[in-house]
Design a protein around this ligand. Structure first.
Ligand SMILES: [Zn+2]
Length: 253
């Protein structure tokens, strides 16, 4: 089975409510390839290794969370940027990228998927004051030790997370936001969370955690953002009868 590129892009743009977000990059079709899509590859970041793997897999389209054309990046098409675009254009492969809309989707999003995989329920927006904010707050079914949650995260992601806090303390109310959302620890404090989970840490985050008395976990930017695009790919494969493969390019950050 296959779907036209035009229909696929339109479907995803609607599904993820792309127009609702002010983002740092264009969401949707970033590089146009062939008009018909049968084989779909998904990945976290449109790095060269993912493109090479998609070429080898004879993909018609690639969907990623981290695409190209970020606000503030150098515009000339030289070096790494030329090689990446050349690989896509030479092989007639489309690149679709969904950043904040894929973080935020209530079922297929990075935050929704990570929360579900960790057994967090009663999920609410972490910030009620901003309409297109990402991040959630919810509850574990019962209080449990921070160490137990850290162990679950390590099993899920295949890497040891950074944890700031007393491992033996009980936590239940969890704020989280995938990726580089360490500054949102302040919103988690304001929302009364016992623990805030994100991908990356900054030096000040540790002091905020200690002084505000909130547990902090940095579980990896890449590691926490693998789940949304996989769920989206599986959904599209089902909806349009496409072949879909998620290709994980390891990233320790
Ligand atoms: Zn990210």
């Amino acid at each position: 089975m296959s779907v036209s590129l035009k229909e696929l892009v339109h479907y995803i743009d609607q599904l993820l409510d792309v127009g609702r977000f002010r983002d740092y990059c264009p969401n949707g079709l970033q590089v146009e390839g062939r008009g018909e899509v049968r084989r779909l590859v998904t990945g976290v970041t449109a790095c060269q290794a993912l493109l090479d793997a998609a070429v080898a897999a004879q993909a018609d389209a690639i969907i990623v969370h981290h695409g190209y054309f970020w606000r503030g990046e150098a515009e000339p098409v030289v070096g790494m940027k030329r090689r990446r675009l050349a690989a896509l254009l030479q092989h007639d492969i489309s690149l679709l990228a969904y950043h904040l809309p894929l973080d935020a989707h209530p079922e297929l999003g990075n935050n929704a998927r990570l929360g579900a995989l960790l057994g967090i329920t009663d999920s609410q927006p972490l910030r009620a004051d901003v309409a297109d904010a990402v991040g959630n707050i919810g509850q574990l079914p019962e209080p449990r030790s921070a160490a137990g949650l850290v162990a679950d995260i390590a099993r899920l992601t295949g890497r040891e997370p950074l944890h700031v806090g007393n491992a033996g303390e009980l936590v239940q109310r969890i704020g989280w936001c995938t990726g580089a959302a360490q500054s949102y620890i302040q919103h988690a404090v304001a929302a009364g969370a016992d623990l805030f989970l994100t991908g990356e840490a900054s030096e000040p985050t540790v002091h905020i955690a200690r002084e505000e008395g909130i547990h902090f976990i940095a579980a990896g930017h890449h590691a926490t953002e693998r789940y949304g695009v996989q769920a989206l790919g599986a959904h599209l494969a089902e909806a349009f009868g496409l072949e879909h493969r998620f290709i994980d390019i390891d990233n320790p950050v």
